[in-house]
Design a protein around this ligand. Structure first.
Ligand code: 8YV
Length: 327
């Protein structure tokens, strides 16, 4: 008998077909976002779950699904999963690192450029039929070339963002849990390691790429924004909750920083409606990894992990080796 899995959200049909070669698959191609109870009930008797960031995997869910052996997230971030609780329950957890580094870095730049040069604001004005004449100060924004870029969270995506800055003749400063090896700093446009406060003070623009954990909740709040330059742009492609959205809204409204480019929000997709009243923020719906090739690569990576996990192999992106000792 094949192991049985739940694919919790809609995904590329060819990936479902691939999974069907190995598993009895319950899919969700109508893409309903399950409540916690619905998810628990769908997982009854399932050996594995192909999950996304919208499925909360906590102690209660794990306790109600004793047959579950693997949760394979189609995301590099896995703050939707209580990994310690999964390990205690003997449930293997995997993510999809690396395949999205370059695409996500591209998007960080897209947001930075759009916010600094006021592209979406200008486009909206044009679409509204307001373009009657040229003016010397129409939509003047901030330059990126020659500026100092501050990156908080210098993992693989942060380094890919830094590499791209060489073409803009920028200096890079970064803050991270730990300092990078000298050869990695050299590859990342000779990025200079600094303290978080120094970064916020010195950077012309700040990009956030750090993973979310409760300890990093509101890493950027009122006090941190107060350290930034009034001409600075803040980009968040990390996770909602890293930034105190209410504090950011106040700062943008009062022009204490110039602009922001945001792909992630507290409580998304129900973002704070006050963002919609501001012109100096570029808002996108959590799409930093959304190129066709990369989303397909992420889905196949999650499938590879699930196939390995349920056929007795070590999944390539195993996050909790200790789980295998449990079951
Ligand atoms: C995903 C992401 O699209 O990989 C991540 O951590 O935030 C995005 O690339 C999203 O999480 C889908 O689950």
């Amino acid at each position: 008998m094949k192991p049985s899995i739940l694919v919790a959200r809609a995904v590329f049909p060819e990936v479902i077909e691939r999974l069907r070669q190995h598993f009895d698959v319950e899919d969700n191609q109508e893409d309903k976002v399950y409540t916690a109870d619905e998810l628990a009930s769908r997982l009854q008797g399932k050996d594995g779950m192909f999950s996304t960031l919208s499925e909360r995997v906590d102690q209660a869910l794990l306790a109600s699904c004793p047959q579950l052996k693997a949760v394979c997230n189609m995301a590099v971030g896995y703050n939707n999963i209580d990994v310690d609780a999964a390990s205690r329950a003997g449930v293997v957890v995997t993510n999809t690192p690396d395949v999205l580094n370059e695409t996500t870095a591209d998007f960080g730049w897209a947001l930075l450029m759009a916010a600094a040069r006021r592209i979406t604001e200008a486009e909206q004005w044009l679409r509204d039929g307001k373009w009657q004449k040229w003016r010397y100060d129409s939509f003047v924004g901030a330059d990126l070339h020659g500026a100092t870029l501050g990156i908080i969270g210098m993992g693989r995506i942060g380094q890919a963002i830094a590499r791209r800055s060489t073409g803009f003749g920028m200096q890079v400063i970064y803050h991270n849990r730990s300092r990078l090896a000298p050869e990695l700093e050299a590859q990342a446009n000779h990025a200079r390691y600094v303290g978080r406060e120094e970064l916020l003070r010195e950077a012309d623009h700040v990009v956030l790429v750090l993973p979310y954990s409760p300890a990093l909740h509101h890493t950027i709040g009122e006090a941190e924004i107060a350290l930034m330059k009034p001409t600075a742009v803040l980009v968040n492609i990390a996770r909602g909750g890293i930034v105190d959205d209410a504090a950011l809204i106040r700062a943008l409204r009062e022009r204490r920083i110039a602009a922001a480019g945001l792909d992630v929000y507290e409580n998304e997709p129900a973002l704070n409606p006050d963002f919609l009243t501001l012109t100096n923020v570029v808002l996108t719906p959590h799409i930093a990894s959304a190129s066709v090739a990369t989303r397909l690569a992420m889905a196949n990576c999650a499938a590879d992990n699930l196939i390995a996990a349920l056929t007795g192999a070590v999944p390539p992106n195993l996050l909790n080796p200790e789980a295998t000792k449990g079951k």
